[in-house]
Write a protein that binds this ligand. Structure first.
Ligand SMILES: NC(=O)c1ccc[n+]([C@@H]2O[C@H](COP(=O)([O-])OP(=O)(O)OC[C@H]3O[C@@H](n4cnc5c(N)ncnc54)[C@H](O)[C@@H]3O)[C@@H](O)[C@H]2O)c1
Length: 268
């Protein structure tokens, strides 16, 4: 499906909760793409690159801190130097911390959350678009979060930054559709491997009750995994979505469609 397409995947070390960036990068190379692996985590990013090369795939790791404009420019120029073009950008890297409530967040934390999750995605689009529109057909897939479409306990800045991503997607779609560039957003829900869940609960046993409560609202009875998110990303990036732009796809097992009022009434 992606033979000879050149793809940038940010957050490709997949070293946070879900591993969506790494799984996405593997799916692209397995389908013939040349993938530029972008992450702040050099150790894991290089290990992913080495593993891909040892399997005969075409991939290159480039260090990038999304809060640094020069790093972002460098990723685009390294991509063009090595592969000569760019077809697809996946903006998956993210940064999040326990923020507390809106009145409590440290301004430094607020700035870093916006620098990576909103400004970083925006700048990646800014510097990638001139290369993407040189191709007849190209695509950007941005990653938002259900935090952008619901209220959040403890993650208001992250949710606000992820809302900016939704708006950015619509504007890119509007401005560059006529250049053959499609831009869409994937909105993951609770994406968490069992391994990561167990590690969190071991570190913070008080979180178990929180997860148990959340689980009750997932209509499809399980947490999502990086594979669920990667499948949605590859769909938007592929020709199967060739008439789709400016859209969002929510991959959340139905948690944002669970209406607690009806559920209580029906004893669910
Ligand atoms: N995991 C979830 O439950 C969840 C829920 C909603 C939305 N999302 C979104 O889905 C996407 C993928 O999430 P995931 O949990 O699968 O992540 P992931 O496991 O794919 O890892 C994200 C990567 O971002 C990298 N990163 C962090 N700060 C960076 C920086 N300053 N510059 C460059 N890279 C940086 C990390 O090193 C990590 O490898 C993210 O955009 C996230 O906001 C995830």
């Amino acid at each position: 499906m992606f033979k000879d397409k050149v793809v940038i995947v940010t957050g490709a070390a997949g070293a946070n909760a879900g591993g969506s960036g790494r799984i996405t990068a593997y799916k692209f190379v397995e389908q013939g793409a040349k993938v530029v692996l972008v992450d702040i985590n050099d150790q894991v990013g290089k290990a992913v690159e080495e593993d891909m090369l040892s399997k005969g795939f075409d991939a290159m790791f480039v260090h990038c801190d999304l809060s640094q404009e020069e790093d972002i420019k460098n990723v685009i120029s390294e991509t063009i130097n090595k592969y000569g073009k760019l077809d697809i950008l996946v903006n998956s890297a993210y940064f999040s911390i326990q923020e507390g409530n809106v009145a409590d967040i440290a301004t430094n934390d607020l700035d870093r959350i916006f620098a990576i999750n909103a400004r970083g995605h925006f700048l990646f689009c800014k510097y990638a678009i001139p290369e993407l529109i040189k191709q007849e057909h190209s695509a950007i897939v941005n990653l938002s979060s259900i935090s952008a479409i619901t209220g959040e306990l403890g993650y208001a800045a992250y949710g606000a930054a992820k809302s900016a991503v939704l708006s950015l997607t619509r504007s890119v779609a509007t401005q560059y559709g006529r250049c053959g560039l499609r831009c869409n957003t994937v909105i993951p829900g609770l994406i968490l491997s069992d391994e990561m869940l167990n590690a969190i609960i071991q570190q913070m046993p008080e979180m178990k009750a929180n997860f148990d409560m959340l689980d009750k609202h997932i209509l499809l009875n399980r947490h999502g995994n990086g594979n669920d998110v990667a499948n949605a990303i590859l769909f938007f990036a592929s020709d199967n979505a060739s008439y789709i732009t400016g859209q969002t796809l929510v991959v959340d097992g139905g948690i944002t469609k669970h209406n607690p009022t009806w559920a209580d009434q029906m004893g669910l």
